[in-house]
Design a binder for this molecule. Structure first.
Ligand code: FAD
Length: 474
């Protein structure tokens, strides 16, 4: 007997929703279950935070510019889409990163992994930490591991193991910076679960990280241009991934420019309402959109309010282009990070044309400047001119740049960076349990749940697809 065609709706056309669509199609096809997939995206463009601007020979990323090479979900998807030859690593001659401390750029000590020293000599030589701070950090080698496995903040954990100076001068800009977050309120278990495991297994983070470096899995099979780089991107920008997904998903229905306004439960499934009053039937739905949007569509689900505990911070990035002849500062690295206690508007700066050999024409520089962190949201009210002026002032103080940029691109990513609160994972478990009991066949995924990095989002989209096929295949 012919199997009935299942109707799956995916809400959100960012990387999570597109990955959910890709793997839903793949898994249903593999199991020979007929499926009718509709992806609904509120804006006119797919990709969500991923947006590449290709202009005058520059590759300008308005959202993410790279991903961690060791995270396999994106490597697997890249290969499934036939994009492996598009992968490119960072410039092998410019892999140093800097941290701004006491009005000076300091080279990040060699052997620092996730802010944890694995090589003693460079750490002992760094000007980022005082002699007392270094002594305090070395106590990590002696301190016992935590006995009660309750969640704590990332900041509390690092301070407990390595001391306040490492937290403020290294961890906060490096790890907190990934979330534009406040390390005192970010959940350790939700942001860096590997550090929890490390303490439990090795007691000391320094010893655990050093052991981890020795036992690193052999690098995945990648083209030469992408080998040996910690970060990867695509030659033509991150949107390459979105364009390839769009092309592969030609057989599914994609509705753009329409938001989902309501989801009703029916005897035989769900009804999804769109902005233009269209109503669509679904047997199962993937919610791949920011938590507060998902919560408002599922307001009658018990515990759903817990999703609102994930605050979203606003950030901006300002891409500046310069003629090489106008800047004398030697950009011999990937850029620099700035701890919150330095009091600048700028939170970090990527020397994109040094970090990536493909990002700018030969005679030009491309700089990407970041603004906005959890405790500093005043910039949101500023005009573009004010943002630009503040960024230029900081660049002048830090790098001595006084030249006028040949162009600038300002991107405001309002409410874009989810902040996982302490106990986030337990709360998420509770929400999912209630959702499963009250509205079976609905699945939550995306940056607000289990990892903000693009590979984590892909993995979550894939898991939602696996749950969907398991639910609808019966
Ligand atoms: P989104 O991209 O936010 O997609 C959700 C989609 O849902 C949106 O397109 C939205 O329009 C749509 N939507 C919302 N409401 C509705 C509705 N009611 N109906 C229909 N559609 C709706 N990660 C990295 O790995 N490396 C980096 O270098 C990096 N840099 C970053 C830099 C910036 C400035 C930002 C903001 C993020 C960065 N990230 C980086 C994180 C990463 O880009 C994001 O976490 C990821 O792209 C989020 O994908 P998503 O699909 O979960 O969400």
């Amino acid at each position: 007997m012919e199997k009935p065609c299942k109707k799956v709706i995916i809400i959100g056309g960012g990387i999570t929703g597109l990955s959910a669509a890709f793997y839903t199609k793949k898994l249903f096809d593999e199991q020979q279950i007929p499926v009718d997939i509709t992806l609904i995206e509120k804006s006119e463009e797919l990709g969500g935070k991923i947006q590449t601007l290709r202009k005058d020979g520059f590759i300008i990323e308005r959202g993410p510019d790279a991903f961690l090479a060791r995270k396999l979900p994106i490597i697997t998807l890249t290969k499934e889409l036939g994009l492996e030859d598009e992968l490119i690593g960072t410039n092998p001659n410019a892999r140093t990163n800097y941290i701004y401390h006491k009005k000076k750029l300091h080279q990040m000590p060699l052997g620092l992994v996730l802010g944890i020293p694995t090589k003693l000599t460079p750490f002992m030589k760094t000007g980022l930490i005082s002699p007392i701070g270094k002594l305090r950090a070395s106590l990590d080698l002696l301190l016992p591991k935590k006995k009660i496995l309750e969640d704590e903040s990332l900041g509390h954990f690092i301070q407990r193991r390595l001391g306040k100076e490492v937290l403020e001068n290294i961890t906060e800009p490096l790890l907190g910076g990934i979330y534009a977050g406040d390390t005192d309120t970010l959940s350790l278990q939700a942001t860096f679960p590997n550090l929890v495991e490390m303490e439990q297994k090795h007691r000391s983070l320094i010893l655990g990280m050093a052991a981890g470096m020795k036992n690193r899995p052999a690098s995945v099979n990648l083209p030469d241009a992408a080998k040996k780089s910690m970060f990867l991107t695509y030659k033509n920008g991150m949107s390459t991934l979105i364009e390839a997904l769009k092309e592969t998903l030609k057989s599914i229905r994609i509705i753009k420019g329409q938001g989902v306004t309501k989801v009703d439960q029916r005897d035989n499934g769900y009804q999804v309402h769109l902005d233009d009053q269209t109503k669509l039937h679904a047997d199962g739905i993937v919610f791949a959109l920011p938590n507060h949007h998902a919560a408002s569509l599922l307001s009658d689900v018990e515990s759903i309010h817990l999703l609102e505990k994930v605050n979203y911070v606003s950030v901006a990035n300002v891409s500046l282009t310069f003629d090489k002849a106008d800047i004398t500062y030697p950009m011999n690295g990937t850029g620099f990070l700035i701890p919150a206690n330095e009091g600048t508007v700028l939170t970090a700066c990527t020397w994109s044309s040094s970090k990536w050999l493909h990002a700018a024409p030969e005679n030009k520089y491309l700089l990407r400047c970041y603004v906005g962190r959890e405790k500093d949201q005043q910039w949101v009210k500023w005009s573009d001119e004010e943002i630009l002026a503040n960024v230029q002032k900081d660049l002048k103080d830090i790098m001595g740049i006084t030249a006028t940029p040949t162009s600038h691109t300002i991107t405001r990513a309002i409410h874009s960076m989810p902040q996982y609160p302490i106990h986030h994972l337990e709360q998420l478990k509770k929400v999912r349990k209630c959702l499963k009991a009250q509205k079976p066949g609905l699945f939550l995924c995306g940056a607000g749940y289990e990892g903000v990095g693009i590979p984590d989002c892909i993995e979550q989209g894939k898991r939602a697809a696996e749950k969907m096929v398991a639910y609808l295949a019966v």
